[in-house]
Write a protein that binds this ligand. Structure first.
Ligand code: HPA
Length: 278
């Protein structure tokens, strides 16, 4: 697989999916680590393993199934990606963004990005949900940007604006749903890192000083690609572990997957509530 992606690659993947579905999803949902069970809520789904889609970056991580689940949720036609690929798995940033390009070609205009993240804001607890109000794009800022390479003019300009990545209206809807259901969502800034190593205490102090509330290894490339294409983005972090910036705790992938069990019911309620209002 090359580092950059082409319209031909995007369209080949889109054609493969289009030939296997009978509804046209307008909304896409990308599920983070441990959050996959949310896909079980989709009614009469068509299921496409991502290894059957050409040019698709395949997830190799435990807790990520690697399939598209396409059907209805709260009556809305939706495409759910269970098992995204990450930069640390060896894919280029543009390749990580390919699924979002393909979703757009299929007619999607709104993406809901979810992730498991470490809570770096001392007020956060494991099991909390956080609405992403903005992100710190440490990798794209400094080099590996998902838009690197020839610009795909069909989607957007060479130098796209990123002043409001996370859609204000969607944030307001999600906040209202949380208030109505007493989900007590937090709001904050997500910082996307490469991983797979977790952060050192010094990394965490640095990230907190820089304004981060939650730390993870995904979401930012997809959000940038989505905004380049003019899609509306809602981002939600499930806080899977609390980070002590003095280094008094140890992060593990098992802990992240375990926390998913507490987070999934709340996230399901939040997303269903948002879908009902779209
Ligand atoms: N750090 C980075 N990524 C993560 C974490 C973390 O503590 N938890 C879940 N994803």
């Amino acid at each position: 697989m090359s580092d950059t992606i082409t319209m031909q690659e995007i369209d080949a993947a889109a054609a493969c999916i289009r030939g296997r579905i009978s509804i046209q999803p307008k909304i896409a949902l990308i599920l983070g680590s441990g959050l996959g069970p949310l896909a079980d809520e989709v009614e009469s789904p068509a299921i496409i393993p991502t290894n059957e889609i050409p040019n698709w970056p395949l997830s190799t991580v435990q807790g990520h199934k690697g399939r598209l689940v396409i059907g209805r949720l709260m009556g809305k036609p939706i495409l759910v990606l269970q098992g995204r690929a990450h930069y640390y798995e060896g894919y280029s940033m543009p390749r990580i963004g390919l699924p979002v390009r393909v979703m757009q070609r299929l007619g999607v205009n709104t993406v809901i990005l979810t992730n498991a993240a470490g809570g770096i804001n001392p007020d956060f607890s494991a099991g909390d949900l956080m609405l992403i109000t903005d992100h710190l794009s440490l990798l794209p800022m400094t080099g590996p940007n998902p838009l690197r390479g020839p610009n795909l003019d069909e989607f957007g300009p060479r130098f796209p604006d990123m002043s409001q990545v996370y859609d204000k209206e969607l944030l307001a809807i999600a906040q209202k749903v949380s208030d109505d259901l007493n989900l007590n969502v937090r709001r904050g800034i997500y910082v996307g890192l490469s991983g797979p190593s977790f952060e050192t205490p010094a990394d965490c102090r640095f990230l907190r000083l820089a304004g981060a509330d939650a730390v993870g290894m995904s979401t930012v490339p997809e959000a940038i690609v989505a905004r380049h294409g003019g899609l509306r983005v809602l981002g939600i972090s499930g806080i899977s572990n609390k980070i002590d910036i003095n280094g008094n705790n140890v992060a593990s992938h098992e802990e992240v997957l375990e926390a998913g069990k507490v987070i999934v019911p709340k996230l399901t309620a939040l997303i269903k509530g948002v879908l009902a209002r779209l």
